[in-house]
Structures are given as C-alpha cells and as structure tokens.
Design a protein around this ligand. Structure first.
Ligand code: C2E
Ligand code: MG
Ligand code: MG
Length: 527
C-alpha cells in the first residue's frame, strides 16, 4: 500500500487520497491516527478491564470464603462465650464445697418465690438449719472431716427437697431451705422432714459422727411477707432451737423478738462484767454424811445485772458457751475459786474445791495446761481440785472426754459426774469415764419422799457407786428428813440447803470455822 494515499472513513471504508488537496489529506491522516490510537486505547482498556474483572472475581471469591470462615468463627466463639457465661452463672450460684445453691442463689430464689406467692396466694417457708458442734468436729478430727460432714448433710438435705424447694449453704455450717407449699401446715410438715438429715450417723474415714442440728422456721404470709423479716424471724427461731439444744424445729413466735432484745442486752452486760471481774462465786458446802464435816465446797458462779437482778448461772453459763467466751469465763472463775479457797485448802479446813466446767472447756486443746497453770499459780496440788462435768454435755464425745480426763487424772485432778439421774443418764458413760464421784441429781431426792420407786433407785445407785469404788454425793437435800434418808442409804456426801446454801467466801469460811450450818437466805437467782 506504500505510495497509495488512503484514509479510513469514519464508517471504516478506505478511500484514496490522490484526488484530495494536501491539506485535507493531512487532516484525514491525523484523524486516522487518532482513531487508531483511540482504538488501541480502547483495546487496552478492555484488556485491563478483563484482567481487573478476573482479579476482582478472585478477590470476591476470597472475600466470600473469608466471610464464611468468619461466620463459623463467630458462631464458635458465641458458643464458647455462652458456655462460659453458663459456667460462670453456675459457679456464681453454687457453693464450691457442697455443690448446692449458695447464698446469692438462695436470696434470688427466696425473693422470686415470695413474689410468686404474693400473686398466686401460696405459702413460703424459710427453714434455717445449723449444724451443732461443728467446730468441735473440726477441732477434734480436722477440717477434712468437717468438710465431709458438710457435704454429707448438704446431700441429705437436697435429697429431701421437693420441686420448687431450694436448699442452700449460706454460712460455714448453716443451711437455708426455701419451702414452697399451699399452706402453713404443709410447710410445717415439710420442715419436720428435714430433721431426717440428722437422724443417721455419718461415717468419715472410719470415724462415726452423730450429726446434730438446730432448726428455725418462719413462714410467709403468716409471719411477714418480705424476705428481710422472714430471714430475721427464721434466725430468731433457729436461735431458740439452738438454746434448747433438743434438735427440734422451732416455729417463729412474736415474743422471740423481745427475748432476743433481752438476750442482746444480757450478752453485752455479761461481757462487760467479765472484763471488770464482776462475775463472782459463791460456795456451797459438801458434807461428809457420817462425820457431818464440810469435806469440800462447790464453787458456783454468780452475776447480778445492771438492774440489780440476780441472773442464774443456768442462764448465763449457756449464754457464755453460745457466744464463745466460756473459756475466758472458766479460766477467770477457776483462778478466783482457787485464790479464794486456797488458804482453806492449804490449811486443811476443807479437802477439795469442786468446780463446774462446760464440755467446751474440757475439749479445748489448752485445757490441761490451763488447769495445771491455775493450780501452780494458786500454790495448790491437783488433788485439791475436783472438776464437775455433766453427762449430757459429754455424751457426744465420750471417748475424747475420757482421754482428757485420764490425762488430768494421771496428774492428780479428780472428776465428778454431775446431775446424774436427770435427762441423759446412762450407766455406760459412768463406765467409760474416769470419775471418782457421782453426783445424784436433786430430782431423784425430791421424788424419794413420796415415791417408793425413787427411793429404790437412789439406794441402788448409791450401792452401785460403792461397788464401783465411786464416791456418791446427793444434791438438793433441803430437809432433815431427806438428809436422814441419805445417811440411811449410806450416801457418802450430802449437798443441799439443809446443810448449807451457796454463799460468799467470807461467810462460808466464818461458818465452817464456827462449825455452824452455813445457811444464807440471800442466794436466790431469779432467772
Ligand atoms: P450444779 O453444778 O448441779 O450446782 C448445783 C445447783 O443446785 C446450784 O444451782 C445450787 O445453788 C443448787 N442447789 C444446791 N442445793 C440446793 C437445794 O437444796 N435445793 C435447790 N433447789 N437447789 C440447790 P446454781 O448455782 O443455780 O447453778 C446451776 C448450775 O449452773 C450448776 O448446777 C452448774 O451446772 C452451773 N454452774 C454454776 N456455776 C458454774 C461455773 O462456774 N461454771 C460452769 N461451767 N457451770 C456452772
Ligand atoms: Mg455442779
Ligand atoms: Mg448438779
């Protein structure tokens, strides 16, 4: 085509330039070149577009792949989070040790059951259960046994629940049971069922523990309709059950509130009195029934409150036990008793001082050394001291009690079993414990006047003591006739108002020295 001048028309048809003027030819050539460039550019653009489209497609492919991967991961993560949340809720609402509901869970449940009962006219009972003597289990056998005991009791309580009930552990040895029922009677019956958890012994690594519990019950709507009062009232009922120590379910009564306020005042006052050394002692003579001589004296705690009321040790000693200060009370009173009677003992005016101890003191790890230290401080011999324990108090820990008593016995301290014949009396305890004196309870003697059977029992027990080589003391001889009967059956010692009321050290010393009957009309606690 060289030499032939042609131009491409816009519709693509070539035509020759020969007959065109030069100017036009140039223009046509320029526009042809432009068209060619444009065409090339368009091709290039199309090529680029195609490449980019392919790339874009690949990118899209990758994106949608990533997207579905991401969706899978989000789904898996959501599941994980959901499980973790469920787990956290479970952990947050369950007691770590016993795997029953914890306090938080219980509070929520109680609120919701109360709300439900308010709208649907049902009843909700709150039963608080406390494991008695739990500290003793921990102290005696170790925390492992304590934990196992809690787990066993929690399991038994849980097995006794019905649908909608909840059992929770709300404190160290305290459980709460929310009981849902149609009416009050149903709740009271259900509450009794939970005592069953304490009716069988629990055996832990070869050790058999007899669990004991206290139970306080408050019911909505009978007593109140809100959770705060319900818990307070159940707590007061529990407190009452604990004081009675009979393992019974106590149902809240309005008068518990006043009793509680009184008790609070007494506790505060008693603590203060103890600090100020205002808990005193009276001494009651124990007479040799043959010679009539004062052989020993029994130290009896005395306390007068801020209103001038004489409070009975039958009230404040259990109170001191319950509020955890009985060791301090015991130590301070023993020191006082040994210091007040020390001169009489060293002089030989009396043979022995008898001192009451609570089982909490006896089973306290530092007990033996505390007793020996007190004796040494007062410059007295172990044989000057007789420790009185009640059978009911040691019945759940006879073996351990015997261990401590034997240890002190080897050092020369003697033991008397107090209040024999009232309540818990069991001859097998007498056999197991190293006691040298059996104190027959006043109730046996009271009945002896009118009942032949009581006289036979007294005579038999006194004979039994003789055969076992144990000295007998009868408490509560108020009349000459009773004392005479005791001499007749050869009871070794007599203690009672007839031969001397409890009185302060000075008065008693005077009357012993004068050889008169130490009777004090003023010794009469009111509560
Ligand atoms: P207990 O050891 O059996 O003491 C004898 C109780 O009988 C004393 O009551 C005494 O006052 C009373 N009593 C003595 N003779 C007669 C009588 O002829 N007729 C009547 N009706 N009662 C008589 P108290 O002093 O009220 O003591 C009550 C209990 O409190 C004691 O019984 C003892 O178990 C406990 N207790 C007293 N002092 C202490 C103490 O320092 N420590 C401990 N742990 N317990 C103590
Ligand atoms: Mg006594
Ligand atoms: Mg007694």
């Amino acid at each position: 085509m060289s030499g032939s001048k042609s131009v491409v028309s816009l519709n693509g048809q070539a035509r020759g330039f020969e007959d065109m003027p030069a100017e036009l030819v140039h223009r046509a050539q320029r526009s042809q070149r432009r068209a060619e460039r444009e065409l090339a550019a368009r091709h290039e653009a199309e090529r680029l577009l195609e490449t980019k489209s392919l790339e874009l497609f690949a990118v899209n492919q990758r994106l949608s792949q990533l997207n579905s991967e991401l969706e899978d991961r989000v789904e898996a993560r959501t599941k994980q989070l959901d499980n973790a949340r469920k787990n956290a809720v479970m952990i947050g609402s369950t007691d770590d040790l016993t795997r029953i509901a914890n306090r938080l869970n219980y509070s929520v449940h109680l609120e919701s059951r109360l709300a439900h009962a308010r709208t649907h006219r049902g009843a909700v009972g709150l039963l608080l259960v406390d494991l008695d003597g739990f500290k003793l289990v921990n102290d005696t056998y170790g925390h492992g046994h304590g934990d196992e005991l809690l787990i066993a009791i929690a399991g038994r309580l849980r097995d006794l629940t019905r649908a909608n009930d909840m059992v929770a552990r709300i404190g160290g040895d305290e459980f709460a049971i929310v009981i849902v029922a149609e009416d009050t009677l149903d709740i009271a019956v259900a509450a009794q069922r939970f005592r069953g958890a304490f009716e069988r012994p629990v055996t832990i690594q070869g050790v058999t523990i007899e669990p004991r519990g206290s139970f306080g019950l408050a019911i909505s709507p009978d007593h109140c309709d809100n959770s705060v009062d319900l818990q307070r009232f159940a707590d007061l009922a529990l407190y009452k059950s604990k004081s009675a120590a009979l393992g019974e379910v106590i149902i809240f009564e309005k008068m518990f509130v006043q009793a509680y306020e009184y008790r609070q005042r007494m506790e505060t006052e008693f603590r203060a009195a103890l600090k100020l050394g205002k808990i005193g002692l009276n001494y009651q003579p124990i007479i040799n029934s043959l010679s009539g001589k004062v052989e020993a004296v029994e130290a009896l705690a005395r306390w007068t409150d801020s209103l001038g009321v004489k409070i009975s040790p039958g009230y404040f000693i259990p109170m001191a036990e319950q509020c955890g200060i009985i060791r301090d009370v015991g130590r301070s009173l023993l020191e006082k008793a040994l210091s007040e009677t020390g001169p009489w003992l060293r002089e030989g005016l009396i043979e022995r001082v008898s001192f009451n101890i609570s089982p909490i003191e006896l089973l306290d790890p530092g007990f033996t050394s505390a007793i020996m230290e007190a004796l040494a401080k007062a410059d007295l011999q172990p044989s000057h001291l007789m420790l009185e324990i009640t059978e009911g108090a040691v019945v759940h820990n006879v073996d351990l009690a015997a261990l401590v008593m034997n240890r002190l016995g080897l050092l020369g301290v003697e033991f008397a079993l107090d209040d024999f014949g009232c309540g818990y009396s069991n001859l097998s305890t007498v056999r197991k414990l190293p006691i040298s004196v059996l104190k027959l309870d006043r109730s046996l003697l009271v009945d002896a006047v009118t009942e032949r059977a009581a006289r036979v029992i007294l005579r038999s027990v006194v004979n039994l003591c003789r055969e076992l080589g144990i000295r007998s003391v009868c408490e509560g001889a108020e009349t000459e006739a009773q004392s005479e009967f005791l001499r007749e059956i050869k009871c070794d010692f007599i203690q009672g108002y007839a031969s001397g009321k409890p009185q302060c050290a000075t008065d008693l010393e005077r009357s012993i020295r004068l050889g008169s009957r130490p009777i004090s009309p003023s010794d009469a606690p009111v509560r």
